[in-house]
Write a protein that binds this ligand. Structure first.
Ligand code: ATP
Ligand code: MG
Length: 436
């Protein structure tokens, strides 16, 4: 991608309306554009990051055995009447009437719809267990949309739904998702801590929120220091085996959000091990038994011919919120620092002397060697502007091409995260960037 032809609009000024660093940087780096309160368009750079985040989420859901589907954003009110949630949900639900005066809504979540789909096909105990997920836009008419995509009204969520024959089966499904979440966030370079959580309006009996510690987070959390250092994923979990040793560790140590905070249990922890911090909720998993299956008449025939009402769970990840959370966790005064796994492009190629034959040739060779992985800053701009923009946009690598080194066929390779620079050959530069 050549910057001279790209749609990567950056802002010089810090937008006054943005209160937290991720929102400021997403606007300044041209990742998103607000189109209405809490509703955003994703511009090329933001969309590429969002797609990368989505892809990691998808791969880890697939690996855990969940199957991807795609349900619509618009749902009939009728399904929500069957579960009894239509009136309960309140003003957060965007209610719509179509031309035939039928009541519809823009889905804030999909328990009803997935239960309706599943009940149409699942007839026998052999049809379970199953886990279905999708990655789809949700709408919640939040009272106070703020902080950009961190708390939007329209936002992208991964939501998975498990159906099991027994409570034990449902708990196994829950643990599979628990481990899939640890893997998902770890691949993005994020330390997400599971915390016992309130089940809230979805209702049920077991729930964890996955929280990333960040000063600007909206949640107050309390946890045992041991949780910060525990690496649950040293061994790749085999999802069919017993996963309780992993989940047990997290439940043995104190970790709670404000709503579930227990001051007495907290006081029992040695002072030096207590961590009180702010956090961002990036995921939330629930086991809620037969709440929806019973209300909506989902039942299958058991081996003995008797009906079984499936046990269910639901598992959400805030995919668009994660883009903001990633920036909260990875930035400095100059701009964004994308982790390699989610970066929109791996490298920026900075031509410090546009028109110099050696510089132009080397830059073209870098670009050709990194198909769809590099942005070539070929603008007629001062070197200082190119450096500042590359830092702001946060590419993990900068390949800096100036006339002196270029004459010798060499490139200065800068790692955005550490600031380390090395002068290397074209081949070495390509190899390092490709290998990261
Ligand atoms: P919150 O407590 O932040 O309002 P929630 O508990 O209502 O979230 P869930 O129903 O658990 O959210 O949704 C699953 C995930 O979707 C959350 O963990 C969060 O990451 C994300 N999410 C929820 N609401 C929003 C929003 N308004 N904007 C962006 N992401 C959101
Ligand atoms: Mg929640």
């Amino acid at each position: 991608m050549r910057l001279s032809r790209a749609f990567l609009p950056t802002l010089k000024e810090t937008p006054a309306e943005a209160q937290i660093v991720s929102h400021r940087l997403m606007l300044r780096a041209g990742l998103i554009r607000q189109t209405a309160a809490g509703i955003y368009a994703w511009l090329p750079m933001g969309w590429r990051v969002l797609r990368n985040v989505m892809q990691i989420v998808r791969e880890e859901q697939d690996r855990a055995g969940a199957q991807e589907i795609l349900m619509p954003t618009i749902q009939p009110a009728e399904l929500w009447r069957q579960s009894g949630r239509y009136d309960d949900y309140g003003k957060e639900m965007l209610r719509i009437r179509d031309r035939h005066d039928r009541e519809m809504l823009y889905g804030p979540t999909n328990e009803e719809m997935v239960t309706d789909i599943f009940r149409a096909y699942a007839k026998s105990y052999r049809d379970l267990p199953r886990n279905l997920y999708h990655i789809q836009w949700k709408f919640r008419d939040e009272v106070r949309p703020r902080f950009g995509v961190m708390r939007g009204r329209e936002f992208l969520m991964k939501d998975a739904y498990s159906f099991d024959l027994t409570k034990e089966g449902a708990q196994h499904s829950y643990r599979q998702m628990f481990v899939a979440y640890l893997r998902t966030f770890a691949r993005m370079g994020l330390k997400a801590i599971p915390m016992q959580a309130d089940t809230g309006p979805i209702g049920g009996s077991m729930s964890h929120e996955f929280i990333i510690l960040a000063e600007t987070g909206e949640s107050q959390v309390y946890l045992h220091r041991a949780l910060l250092d525990y690496d649950a994923l040293r061994e790749t979990p085999d999802y069919d085996s017993d996963l309780s040793h992993i989940t047990d560790f997290w439940t043995r140590h104190y970790a709670a959000t404000e709503e579930k905070h227990d001051p007495a249990a907290w006081e029992a922890i040695p002072e030096a091990d207590r961590v009180s911090a702010r956090g961002i909720e990036v995921g939330h998993i629930f086991y809620f038994g037969t709440k929806y299956s019973a209300a909506m008449g989902l039942s299958v025939q058991g081996p003995d011919g008797r009906p079984i009402v499936p046990e269910m769970g639901s598992y959400g990840i805030g995919v668009s919120r994660l883009v903001a959370a990633l920036i909260e966790a990875n930035h400095d005064a100059a701009g964004i620092i994308w982790p390699d796994t989610v970066a929109p492009w791996k490298a920026a190629i900075l031509n410090l002397k546009q028109g110099d034959p050696a510089c132009d040739r080397l830059c073209e060779a870098l670009l050709a060697g990194l198909p769809d992985q590099a942005v070539y800053d070929d603008r007629e701009e001062r070197a200082g502007v190119k450096f500042a923009d590359a830092d702001l946009l946060g590419f993990p690598w900068q390949a800096i091409v100036g006339p002196r080194a270029a004459a010798a066929g060499r490139v200065e390779l800068k790692r955005r995260a550490s600031g380390e620079r090395h002068e290397v050959s074209l081949e070495d530069a390509l190899a390092r960037i490709r290998g990261s």
